[in-house]
Design a protein around this ligand. Sequence first.
Ligand code: NI
Length: 193
Amino acid sequence: IRAPRDARPQFESPRVGLMAILKVAKLGNPVIRKPTEAVPKETIGSPELQRLIADMIDTMHEYEGVGLAAPQVHVSKQLAVIEAKEPVHGDKPIPLTVLINPRILGMGKAVDADWEGCLSVNDLRGQVPRAAWVDVETFNRKGERIKIHAEGFFARVIQHECDHLAGKVFLDRMQDLSTLTHLKEMARFRHGE
Ligand code: NI
């Protein structure tokens, strides 16, 4: 899937001095709709997977996303990265989080609707109902099995990214398509939402 690295010698950290912005697959590319495969646990520490994680983080930052799932960079694996350095929608910032083979263990019955967009769906925002909290079990980037309890915007982003791993996008979760809005029109007509 990814071009082999060049023939320079392998150092302990293959990251040193290197970064790559990956090409983002858009809606319509079959990889966005294909359910992903689990990452074999023993490969989590491999230079290839660690490099993919680092490149996905760089790509998320480059395009000012708060989450990015592997199928969005043409890799059909259960892997996603999440981070919000600034508070979004008045909620807390989200620390850098790497999800590998995540499983949602439970979610709140209470549902909130709020705006979502997606790097694979250019320039559109829509109101999406999501559970107000989720409990997730996942491997982190060190290959440790961890549990995360997330609320508010963090819970929303986790649900959005886990959907990507199942071949779903936020449009599938919208209950009222009439809220679908181009970013430019949102700035004009829905300022402050
Ligand atoms: Ni997305």
